[in-house]
Ligand binder design. Structure first.
Ligand code: SAM
Length: 273
């Protein structure tokens, strides 16, 4: 399942956009998939890149990645239920295909990513009337000028698979800036546990053909409350648990909530001004 015409030239952290895309596609092509993502399957077929050789094909990893994406989908779908004309900002959006999975035909979607990834997205998933792409670092708050701040329309910032690649101070500053700039808005993030971050920083997250880039930001599940300290306007911190799953994963995931050193997805709410 690879071959098509587009040849991506991504390295280090930008290359991880291909990793997440691959795992969503591997899961989505199964008849019993936990995530319906036909656009991801199609993209992998259009991209000339040795996905299977580089990233391997482990059904468990793909299922867990898809369940993580489904957590973000539920938050976005819920947000769009309350704000049908709202804006969803995907920071570090890579080749995420969420805007096809949960679109309501009225929302605005802004994908923000580093220039090399944004260029690839533009070629593969060109912008249209409601979907825009901005080449800009998430840590360069210029992207905020592109978002309609009207609290009536609503803003949700999704940072799926991004914050672990930033420094802890950058994470804090980003959350604080969003809380200040988007009163009444929300931000959804995911965090890897500290042990995982340490292994990635030491270059020890590797298999035969691929070494994951450093992940300087890690947070255990019992520390999530600290996110409220980023800014006084962060008024809600709620963990979003994966739901469903297949086989043993379905049984083990609810039990894993008791483990503190595990990955987590978190929804932050910002106070109205
Ligand atoms: C693991 S991928 C996640 C992609 C997508 N959100 C998904 O879940 O499939 C990480 C993404 O973050 C982007 N990225 C890394 N550092 C960034 C930064 N400072 N600003 C914006 N994007 C960044 C990379 O280019 C890549 O697309």
């Amino acid at each position: 399942m690879s071959g098509g015409g587009e040849r991506p030239e991504l390295e280090r952290v930008p290359e991880t956009a291909l990793w997440t895309l691959w795992h969503r596609a591997v899961e989505a092509r199964r008849p019993d998939a936990v995530l319906h993502d036909p656009v991801a399957v199609e993209l992998v077929e259009r991209i000339d890149y040795p996905f299977a050789e580089r990233f391997g094909e482990v059904a468990l990893v793909s299922q867990l990645q898809a369940l993580r994406a489904a957590c973000f989908d539920r938050e976005v779908a819920d947000f769009l239920g309350r704000h049908p004309r709202g804006t969803v900002v995907g920071l570090g959006d890579g080749l995420e295909t969420q805007s096809w999975r949960v679109d309501n035909g009225r929302a605005s979607w802004l994908s923000v990513d580093l220039p090399e990834t944004a260029r690839l997205r533009e070629r593969l998933l060109p912008p249209d009337g409601r979907r825009r792409i901005l080449a800009c670092s998430a840590t360069d708050h210029r992207w905020m000028d592109e978002v309609d701040p009207d609290p009536e329309r609503g803003v949700l910032i999704s940072t799926e698979g991004l914050l672990m690649y930033l420094r802890p101070t950058e994470v804090r500053e980003l959350i604080a800036a969003c809380a200040e700039r988007f009163p009444g808005g929300a931000l959804v993030l995911d965090a890897v546990p500290r042990w995982f971050s340490r292994r990635a920083v030491a270059g020890k997250l590797r298999d035969r053909h691929y070494t994951a880039p450093p992940m300087p930001f890690g947070m255990d599940a019992d520390e999530l409350g600290k996110l409220a300290g980023a800014h006084p306007a962060v008024t809600g911190v709620r963990e979003v648990y994966p739901e469903g799953g297949r086989g043993l994963v379905r049984v083990v995931l609810p039990l894993a909530r008791w483990i503190k050193q595990r990955p987590s997805v978190v929804a932050l709410r910002f106070a109205q001004s």
